[in-house]
Design a protein around this ligand. Structure first.
Ligand SMILES: Nc1nc2c(ncn2[C@@H]2O[C@H](COP(=O)(O)OP(=O)(O)OP(=O)(O)O)[C@@H](O)[C@H]2O)c(=O)[nH]1
Ligand SMILES: [Mg+2]
Length: 230
């Protein structure tokens, strides 16, 4: 039985943010606060200790009172480097990574990934969800949100529950030049939790890669603020 206190929650904010013009995405404002802080607050009730994975503006992140972990590999090798930084600093049996750019991720994300990992007796669990992109700014944001059709489920690999026993495997994979999350997760038993149940927020996995997407998502969020999952 995996307890909340067995899980360290980590917000991934270590990317290049190139589609956002190279800004530090975790510090971009969303609904009145920085994206990464928004994600931390969403994660906090679901886990025990918290971490932020960042590679820039470390003092700004530390000022939030959270431990900040930095990639060991230079030149932005991708989110797996963030997983590795988290596992190196994780003092609980499990690490739950979430990206900073998906501010409406489910309030029961950890519970459902844990249930999947326990059921499959797996050291890894990934979220699968409809791949919703925030629509372009819309005059009637509420109807834009509800007009989203059910797209096919897709792995959301940056949302990953990882047992810390996989540290050596990840270290080896990354130092051999591995960069793709799915290539690494394929090396281990992998559980999947699907977030397409009735009542699930269709915008839960909408992520903002450009400033236009961020503003569109912010508009939808203001119009449809309820983020219930069941
Ligand atoms: N630690 C770490 N995290 C990364 C790296 N690249 C991406 N991420 C994180 O992975 C998650 C998904 O990243 P993307 O949206 O694909 O990439 P991004 O760097 O934020 O933005 P782009 O440069 O526009 O692709 C985000 O939370 C990023 O912060 C990296 O090199 N190191
Ligand atoms: Mg993204």
């Amino acid at each position: 039985m995996i307890a909340t206190s067995d899980i360290t929650g980590m917000v991934l904010a270590g990317g290049r943010g190139s589609r956002m013009g190279g800004v530090d995405k975790g510090l971009q404002p969303f609904a009145g606060q920085p994206l990464a802080r928004h994600a931390l607050q969403r994660l906090a009730p679901q886990v025990g200790p918290l971490l932020v994975n960042a590679n820039r503006h470390l003092e700004t992140y530390r000022a939030w009172g959270v431990e900040v972990v930095v990639d060991t590999e230079a030149d932005y090798p991708g989110p797996l480097a963030g997983f590795l930084a988290g596992l190196l600093h994780c003092r609980t049996p499990w690490l739950l990574a979430v990206p900073c750019d998906t501010p409406r991720f489910p309030a029961d994300l950890a519970a459902r990934l844990v249930a999947a990992a326990e059921a499959a007796q797996a050291p890894l669990a990934l979220a699968h969800a409809p791949d919703t992109e925030p629509a372009a700014p819309h005059a009637d944001a509420a109807s834009a949100a509800t007009a989203i059709h059910a797209p096919p489920l897709r792995a959301q690999p940056a949302f990953c529950l990882i047992h810390t026993s996989l540290l050596a495997s990840l270290q080896q994979f990354v130092s051999a030049g591995g960069r793709k999350i799915d290539r690494w997760t394929a090396l281990h038993p992998l559980a999947v939790a699907c977030f397409d149940q009735p009542g699930d927020d269709p915008l839960a996995f909408a992520n903002a890669n450009s400033l236009q997407e961020l503003h569109a998502l912010e508009g939808l969020h203001a119009a449809v603020p309820k983020m219930e999952n069941r």
